[in-house]
Design a protein. Structure first.
Lengths: 313, 343, 341
């Protein structure tokens, strides 16, 4: 097992190098001179030169990559060409906001998704099952920018609807639940739907297994058969989906943050793109990618741990 | 009459690597088949019998090079198949066909039966295209299906009929040797008898040679001329059917035969019950592979690999791989344990 | 007269599918004497497994017992509530299955799975149940049971897993053990271990065994009585010696003649022609008529009853009706059949 973990960790190294190369080449993949683009169309040649100089664009490309990476490894992601502040500071201020938003969305998705999936599987082919699956299909098909706008229209415009019964600001984001709850719903709904469908199909598959028949043949109640014998097995594939969803939420946060004007990584990235602030874009994409790789690593390891007993070898 | 050697297997080994460690290095091998030799003569049926993990199916696949053997020679009519290039091998494929346990798994479900057979003939280029349709109908009738079923799809047939399609496909290229890999194991008794009889008739009619791989000793006794008993990748005993069933010499063969329930309630039988499970082929026991379960095992069995040879009281061609055949027969060597059971 | 512990009368079980009703079991009767083994033998699709699952009402959701009685010590357990049935399952009537590899739950230890029966039916606490589980593993011949009890199924071989299944089934000292092809997935030498174990435990504990199998060798050696099933019905029921010495139903005769025997040389096998009828298109008369070489118009039109010979041996074939005009004992798979082969 330890071997597997070490191997799996070592495997992330080439992935991370690949990611860093991709992120680095962002600036060079754009047609035209990046310095010119940053400076804007009317800029003087001298300004462009200065920018080139500052960004080291005149060095050979592998030297540029080496310089960038040695900076990255020391926590230096360069400076914003707009504000002049360190990219790491800009990101650091917003990183936890995004993580927190994704985290709450994951909790919501898992909680709702599991409940709905289990109810659906246990009461399969009933009205409840059909209703849940129809709702899940809606949840899945709704783009979250649209859902976000609808939620704002329904709840925020008719303001005061959501009670202000708690303050929540571990990351300094959101004055109240009111500001937290709508974005979390927006972001988490799609995931909840996926988890519900996944849980249902996984449960149905498990319910037909021989060992479930064995459990029934022992004279156990349906409750114990379902929640002890079936659920524990059914959850194993769901774990992977939960991990992937969390990763997906990091990406989904870009839209959600923009709609709800939350000052997180997503919004930062969007702003940086519109302002052609390449160092910020690079830094944000790099951090999100690393986070995604890391989450996947954890998912893989926990799946292996859970699945160890099923592994017939 | 001089018997003609059709297939001669020499020192065949099939090791499957086990990947592991940090970079997927090969850390060990499954020794599925470990240095076996035997000969199959033209027109006879030789069975390989043994329990799961003994390497019987792997042997069949290695002969056909469905998996490349790790070592050894496979002479077919004097040519070493194992040393041929892929394209040369393809020419010989026509002479060696295989029928699997589950024909459904080896037939493309989207092809009509006629296409399945046509494809086989196409690959080996056995008949001009125009004559093939006629041949397909003929083949189907040979295996007891109706010629009018040629354009049906595999799922429209029952298990027994699908096995007939598998046989027709093998026959379509006029092979000399057919390897039957658990070919009747999945069939119900009444259907199994139909297929076994069909195999019998085809052998007579076309002079086919069968290498019959099975775990079912009743079927093996019925169909074979000679029998090879395998255990953990090694041949334990080889001989004509009568010798193996009526005069088994290896303690494993004896235990195996004794363990089968017999459809005769009037015969009160005590069965020899072997201890424990078959060990893993990854780290097979040293010396004689069977020593961990053998009631007669001695120190020598733990260290020396016994040679497959004729012992006293055995006919020509009947060989056993056991150090103590004579001592066990004479009663000189007493068993270390003897567990028996009646069911 | 032997004491009967279980009496199955006119059992009918159907599955309701999109394509219609499948009468998987259609009028099955047999009785299980106390302490004896009864074999239910048949080929795939004969309904033998469905019969056993019907007794414990463990059918898939779309399956339902539609008619008949299952009398356990005189009480019809088909009238039992689900709660009463749970009290029987794993307690008075236990079951083991064909696939030891998949019949144990992969995420619980062997001990946890055996304990469950004990805590459910015998009111033991977890500690007592775990201690009893070790004893049970010892009973079924598993070496170092203290260690095994904490292991997961994937750590055990197929033979070991079937032993665990047996330990689990015997946990509450059941009166009946239903064994559904318990050795079919096992190798011959392991099968011998398991069959020997079941017989030994039966002798010691005095339970009755219902043995479901397709293997006539296993039937001959393990069973006292045999019910032969074909296409959802019992076609012949008798004691094991009579069945093998003097099989009476053409299907039983055909089955025995098509079996390649490990204990004798045969020149030629005599197969039964054709195949089992589709459950959607059952013949109106005798279900075996389309494959039976002795079938007459009567056979094709009217389903025969089970005829009793007065000694408890029953056969579902018109030949044994009093009105039957022809000879009583016909070797329906005679020489001319062999020629047709």
């Amino acid at each position: 097992m330890l071997k597997y973990i070490i191997r799996r960790v070592l495997q992330t190294i080439p992935v991370l190098i690949g990611v860093s190369i991709l992120v680095f080449s962002l600036m060079h993949l754009i047609p035209g001179n990046p310095a010119q683009i940053i400076a804007g169309e009317g800029a003087s040649e001298q300004t462009v030169r200065q920018i080139e100089e500052r960004l080291g664009l005149n060095d050979p490309i592998h030297i540029q990559y080496f310089n960038y990476m040695s900076g990255v490894l020391q926590g230096d992601l360069g400076n914003s060409v707009r504000s002049g502040r360190a990219v790491s500071d800009e990101i650091g201020a917003r990183f936890w906001v995004t993580v927190e938003l994704s985290f709450y969305a994951t909790i919501l998705a898992v909680f709702i998704g599991l409940m709905a999936g289990i109810i659906s599987a246990v009461r399969r082919y009933t009205v409840a099952d059909t209703a849940i699956m129809v709702i899940a299909l809606f949840g899945l098909s709704m783009p979250n920018f649209w859902l976000g706008l609808v939620l704002i229209d329904w709840f925020a415009v008719g303001a005061g609807w959501l009670p202000e019964w708690a303050k929540l600001r571990p990351s300094g984001w959101g004055d109240s639940w009111r500001q937290v709850i709508l974005p979390v719903i927006t972001l988490g709904t799609g995931g909840a739907a996926i988890i519900a469908r996944m849980t249902r199909s996984s449960m149905l598959e498990v319910i037909n297994q021989d060992y479930i028949r064995t459990a029934r043949a022992k004279g156990l109640t349906d409750r114990i058969v379902t929640y002890r014998h079936a659920l524990k097995n059914a959850l194993i594939p769901v774990v992977t989906v939960v991990g992937l969803e969390f990763g997906g939420f990091l990406g989904g946060a870009v839209l959600t943050e923009t709609i709800f004007a939350i000052n997180g990584m997503g919004r930062l990235t969007v702003q940086a793109i519109t302002q052609r602030d390449f160092p910020i874009v690079q830094g944000a994409v790099l951090v999100l990618s690393v986070l995604f790789v890391f989450v996947n690593l954890i998912v893989d390891i926990s799946y292996k741990l859970l699945n160890k007993r099923i592994d017939l070898n | 009459m001089e018997k003609k050697e059709l297939l001669k297997v020499e020192g065949l080994k099939q090791y499957f690597p086990i990947k592991g460690g940090f970079f997927g290095r090969t850390v060990n091998h499954v020794k599925a088949v470990d240095d076996i030799s035997f000969t199959v003569y033209e027109g006879e049926t030789v069975s390989i019998v043994g329990e799961s993990g003994c390497g019987k199916s792997t042997t069949g696949r290695a002969i056909l090079r469905l998996e490349e053997p790790s070592d050894g020679k496979v002479y077919f009519e004097g040519t070493d198949l194992a040393s041929l290039s892929k394209s040369e091998m393809r020419k010989h494929r026509k002479d060696l066909q295989i029928i699997f346990q589950d024909p459904y798994a080896s037939i493309n479900p989207r092809q009509a039966v006629s296409d399945v057979l046509n494809e086989a003939m196409e690959i080996q280029n056995v008949l001009p295209r125009k004559e093939r349709r006629k041949r397909i109908i003929e083949l189907l009738e040979t295996v007891g299906l109706n010629g009018s079923q040629a354009d049906r799809f595999p799922h429209e047939f029952s298990g027994g009929q699908r096995q007939r399609i598998g046989i027709a496909r093998a026959l379509s290229v006029n092979p000399k040797l057919i390897i039957c890999d658990e070919a009747v194991s999945a069939l119900d008794v009444s259907i199994q008898a139909q297929v076994l009889n069909l195999l019998d008739e085809l052998q007579e009619e076309y002079g086919l040679t069968y290498l019959f791989i099975s775990h079912d000793l009743g079927v093996v006794r019925h169909i074979s001329d000679r029998v090879i008993v395998m255990y953990l990748g090694k041949i334990m005993e080889i001989g004509d059917k009568k010798s193996i069933f009526d005069n088994p010499k290896h303690p494993y063969t004896k235990a195996l035969l004794s363990a089968i329930p017999v459809p005769d309630p009037d015969r009160e039988r005590e069965h020899i019950v072997l201890r424990g499970d078959v060990p893993s082929p990854i780290d097979p026991p040293t010396g004689c592979r069977f020593h961990t379960r053998c009631p007669f095992a001695q120190d020598k069995c733990r260290t020396d690999v016994p040679e497959l040879k004729v012992h006293d009281g055995m006919r020509e061609g009947h060989e056993a791989a056991c150090h103590f055949v004579e001592e066990i027969e004479s009663g000189q060597l007493k068993p270390n344990y003897m567990e028996t059971a009646s069911f | 007269m032997e004491e009967t512990i279980l009496d199955v009368r006119g059992l009918r079980t159907s599955f309701f599918t999109d394509e219609g009703e499948v009468k998987a079991v259609d009028g099955v009767s047999f009785s299980v004497p106390k302490g004896k083994t009864i074999g239910i033998v048949g080929e795939s699709g004969s309904g033998k497994s469905i019969t056993s699952l019907s007794i414990l009402r463990l059918l898939a959701e779309n399956g339902k017992v539609v008619d008949g009685e299952v009398l356990f010590k005189g009480e019809n357990i088909l009238d039992y509530s689900e709660k009463q049935m749970r009290g029987l399952r794993g307690n008075k009537i236990s079951m083991i299955f064909q696939e030891p590899m998949t019949s144990l739950n992969p995420v619980f230890t062997v001990g946890q799975q055996i304990s469950e029966s004990l805590t459910t039916h015998q009111g033991m606490n977890k500690k007592q149940a775990m201690a009893k589980s070790v004893d049970l593993l010892k009973l079924v011949g598993i070496p170092s049971p203290e260690k095994r009890v904490t292991q997961y199924p994937y750590e055990l071989s197929g033979g070991m897993r079937q032993r665990v299944m047996i330990a689990m089934a015997l946990a509450c000292n059941p009166e009946i053990l239903v064994a559904d092809e318990p050795t079919t997935a096992l190798d011959v030498t392991i099968q011998a271990q398991i069959l020997g174990l079941i017989k030994d435990l039966q002798n010691r504990l005095g339970m009755s065994v219902i043995f479901i199998t397709h293997d006539l060798g296993v039937v001959a050696e393990t069973c006292d009585y045999v019910a032969v099933m074909y296409a959802g019905q019992v076609v012949e029921y008798s004691d094991v010696r009579t069945l093998f010495r003097r099989p009476r139903h053409p299907y039983t005769i055909g089955l025995l003649k098509s079996l390649p025997r490990p204990d004798a040389d045969q020149e030629k096998l005599v197969p039964i022609h054709g195949m089992v009828p589709s459950p959607f298109k059952m013949p109106t008369g005798c279900r075996f008529a389309p494959r039976c070489p002795a079938a007459t118009d009567l056979c094709r039109e009217k389903l025969p009853d089970l005829f009793d010979d007065g000694e408890g041996n029953q056969v579902r074939c018109w030949i044994y009706d009093e009105e039957w005009p022809g000879p009583k004992e016909v070797d329906v798979f005679g020489e001319e059949r062999i020629a047709k082969g």
